[in-house]
Design a protein around this ligand. Structure first.
Ligand SMILES: Nc1ncnc2c1ncn2[C@@H]1O[C@H](COP(=O)(O)OP(=O)(O)O)[C@@H](O)[C@H]1O
Ligand SMILES: [Mg+2]
Length: 239
């Protein structure tokens, strides 16, 4: 029997008959302020999943292993079950969000090289900042594993920045999560959607990500659908 293992801010993770496989269900909800604010948006789950699937398929085509196994429906898919590494890997190409407020900067300045930040994934603790020595001392990951995950983040940035640019968007920043398979090797897991990245329209600078919800700027679902259409067209064009 299927058992709900975890219900998160954006997805549910269901156990399947195969202990190595999970069924993910994308939910029609969005949260801000680490879950303190939560709202329902019809079609949002499907739109976020559609974007994440395009991105993960693109990364796979370019040699990056992900947890994706197969699509089940517009809101559900099967993934390889991982032991998640409780870290959020944030890569920043442009000053925005907390990086702007923390250092008293205006949003929008391109950074001369990507900034890499790691956060300890814990809703209870509000995802505090964590550095490499704390990560290794607490045995969350080894230095070698950290290096490997950051190298993957860099590869993802190098692939996606030009792809989003072709789709008329600036990839401002993004968050990735990784997990270990039974044999210990690390793969890209979770999702890549505008819930976890910032995308600005290249021409107008309009926000095309969850900031439209956080800042009450536009409709969330139609914004995500727009991102999906643009991304799909850019990927098609490359083929
Ligand atoms: N392949 C995987 N195996 C096991 N857990 C995963 C996998 N991919 C993602 N997860 C975890 O499942 C949860 C996904 O649901 P989500 O709504 O994003 O949760 P959260 O609110 O914790 O971010 C996250 O905790 C994420 O770390
Ligand atoms: Mg999440």
């Amino acid at each position: 029997m299927e058992k709900l293992l975890y219900s998160g801010k954006a997805k549910q993770m269901w156990q399947t008959d195969d202990p190595a496989v999970l069924r993910v269900v994308y939910l029609d909800q969005a949260t801000a302020l680490n879950g303190k604010q939560k709202d329902h948006f019809a079609g949002k789950g499907q739109a976020a999943k559609a974007i994440s699937d395009l991105v993960f398929a693109y990364l796979k085509d370019h040699g990056i292993e992900t947890h994706l196994i197969k699509q089940l429906s517009p809101t559900e898919e099967l993934v390889k079950k991982c032991t998640m590494i409780p870290l959020e890997f944030v890569t920043r190409n442009v000053v925005a969000g907390h990086f702007a407020s923390r250092y008293g900067l205006k949003e929008g300045q391109s950074l001369p090289h990507p900034v890499q930040e790691t956060f300890f994934k814990s809703d209870q603790l509000d995802d505090p900042f964590i550095n490499a020595s704390a990560t290794t001392a607490l045995e969350i990951a080894s230095q070698e594993e950290l290096d490997q995950m950051w190298a993957l983040c860099q590869q993802v940035d190098d692939l996606l920045t030009p792809l989003f640019e072709k789709a008329g968007m600036r990839l401002v920043d993004f968050k990735l999560e990784f997990g270990r398979l039974a044999d210990g090797h690390i793969i890209l897991a979770d999702e890549f959607s505008p819930d976890n990245c910032r995308l600005w329209d290249l021409q107008s600078g309009d926000h095309l990500d969850k900031d439209v919800y956080r800042r009450h700027l536009a409709d969330l679902t139609s914004t995500y659908e727009e991102v999906h259409h643009r991304l799909q067209a850019a990927i098609e064009e490359e083929k």
